[in-house]
Design a protein around this ligand. Structure first.
Ligand SMILES: [Zn+2]
Ligand SMILES: [Zn+2]
Length: 141
């Protein structure tokens, strides 16, 4: 029987059909069951949600989906077209880079010197000339 290194923990084990040792296989099976349970109560959950909620590695979930052990309603290609937070992978609105949570974290990690700086309020200036002879100001560089 062939010996192999476990893909997960590196332990040498007797390879049967999988590329991880029985110990890690058991852990993975439990994680798979968690993921399946989660999908039952959240049928429209995304792979990112599973990663987030269950703390399971994304490639592992991807493999389960490939192997047909886990069925996600939204497939990965659809996922790729949706803008994602660069920090956690959550769905975000078009044009944004980070979700509110990550944005907040980033602001906090910047330190107090930036945080104390008040945000500049736009000053509403009255037009200088309100008469009919109003000149359009050109933008001077
Ligand atoms: Zn292992
Ligand atoms: Zn995020």
């Amino acid at each position: 029987m062939a010996l192999a290194n476990c893909r997960k923990c590196g332990k040498i084990y007797r390879r049967i059909t999988v590329d991880i040792c029985p110990q890690c296989q058991k852990e993975e099976d439990e994680e798979l069951r968690d993921a399946q349970d989660y999908l039952r109560s959240h049928p429209r959950a995304t792979i990112y949600e599973l990663v987030d909620e269950l703390d399971i590695e994304q490639p592992l979930i991807g493999r389960w989906v490939e192997e047909g052990r886990l069925t996600l309603i939204k497939d990965l290609e659809e996922e790729a077209s949706v803008p994602r937070c660069a920090g956690c992978g959550r769905e975000i609105k078009e044009g944004q880079t980070y979700c509110r949570t990550c944005l907040f974290k980033k602001l906090q990690s910047k330190g107090p010197q930036k945080n104390t700086e008040p945000e500049k309020e736009p000053v509403h200036e009255k037009p200088e000339i309100q008469s009919s002879g109003m000149h359009y100001k050109r933008h001077i560089p």
